[in-house]
Design a protein around this ligand. Sequence first.
Ligand code: ADP
Ligand code: MG
Length: 618
Amino acid sequence: MKIPINLKAGSVDKEEKKEVIIGIDLGTTNSLVAYADGEETIVIRDELGSNALVPSILHFGSEGVIVGDDAREKLISAPQRTIYSVKRLMGKSYADLESLKASVGYNVIDQDTEALVKVEIDGKYYTPVELSAEILKELKVRVEKHLKTTVSKAVITVPAYFNDAQRQATRDAGKLAGLEVLRIVNEPTAASLAYGIGLSKDEEQTIVVYDLGGGTFDISILQIQNGIFEVLATHGDTHLGGDDFDQLIIDYWLSQSGVTTQDLKTNKSLGQEYRTQAEQAKKAISTIGSYDTTIDDKELSIDADTFARLASDLIDKTLNACKLAMNDAKLTNDDIDQVVLVGGSTRMPIVKTAVSGYFGKSANDSLDPDEVVAIGAAIQADILAGNRKDLLLIDITPLSMGIETVGGLMDVIISRNSKVPTRAGRQYTTSVDGQKNLKIAVYQGERDLIEHNRKLGEFILTDIPPMPAGIPKIEIKFILDADGILTVKATELRSNVETQMEIRSAYGISEEDMARMLIDSLQNAESDMKAKALLESINEANNIIMATDRFIAQNKDALTVEQITKINALKEKLQKSTSGDNKDVIEAAMQAMNIYTEPLAHEALDRNIGKALKETKL
Ligand code: ADP
Ligand code: MG
């Protein structure tokens, strides 16, 4: 037991101080830390007490690593040793990042297209996990200075679409920073928590969370009922955010100044100068409506109308995602009680107007859009600390998960939009006599054939005791935890042989890929159904062929030569039909086989019963 001693008062504190669990919004552009103490939520600010945002930027200088505003200043003077947008690299392979590499000032290493990315600074290699850990350390120091005590536990938020690998990378970064990550929470869920606090128990609300940050866009629809926050649907784009609006201004200025994209690439400092000024301009338009500047002796300007015209495509993209989410949740605007704005980019008046217009109600930005996620994370931390037992959180999974079954078919075990945490299972059996091993391949996606879905991993259930085909009872269980990490367990129930794996898919899945998978599944529904029906017929035919072989082997003494010849001929025809792609031909061949063998099977059954009766008589 620990005895709390108050050094100042020189006494033993009677009341043990509760441990603080911090909430962290680890953003692409900015990060924040907050904590709650059961009643109040406090966002930690800088030493001047004004700015809560820590730019997610690192600079590797002669005195080591610096993080935040000071690092931001180095973007122009030392672009190659100043790292930003690390969150985009989390859990990603180089192949995922072709487009990003061209746009950043630092070196992303291309060792092997399949390997996870690294960043090179002065000949040293850093993983995104290590880099994120530096940002987390900075936040940890900030909160420790404020609380005058060490902290070791945290809740960290991630975009709703982060996959297992990205969530795990975030956890690892926490660990590396000396933080035990108690929970990874979806950002929109945290934001809703921030807005949902204080709701009375019997209040029911359906809320849209529109989160446009610096690098990502998320739209989520949440239902709050009896103190439970349930995410009904999510959509988004991991490559759409404030940076893209900055890029519009850069492109506009390039057309004004005659400077080319290539110039900015070769002169990285100039590139960063354009980037910084463009962001300045965007923010100025949000407040005063226009902006003038001079870069490299070129006079540049932009006004609100021009910007609105340039930005309309990007905003339409976000509204389209809203539409998809609403369709997923099967809701209309009348069902929505509130629209909540999250992320610095929602400060753009054109965004607020567009979102309010789309949903037919004024979008709520009564909480600071920069701080809501961190506040929600702190509230979640407070719940975990046991200070608010009345709240629960339920998230959903954006894509179905299942396993490959015979013939390359996808058998869904946890379906799309299921609530997490969740568990689901199904029983399978073997298709070959004496089968010892069973490969379990896990996929994610909406298509009927696994070849069109995304493989998450595979493992082999070994040491199944020899049994005839169809006898083993193999239970496959999917356990999806609150962080969205999947554990797959396979157990042969008769022998209790068991294997399990945690799915750590190595590479990220982009929002575009996710959208493509969903659209493909709709467009190909008919051909998928046909392919699935054909494969099912082939599987059935193969089972009949195996059963026929067994039947002949078991009854060869009682069957006539003609009968055996006829069965073999039918079998051959059936076998041949399975190599074609006509389901009707296969079905006809199966039927012919059944018609001929059914009476023989009955005779065999009678013989066996007769034999059994004789045996009992003896
Ligand atoms: P993230 O969640 O990706 O870390 P934030 O929510 O902190 O991002 O949002 C950062 C983005 O918000 C940046 O692109 C920044 O330019 C933009 N932003 C901040 N303030 C304003 C403003 N007043 N007007 C327009 N954009 C803004
Ligand atoms: Mg954010």
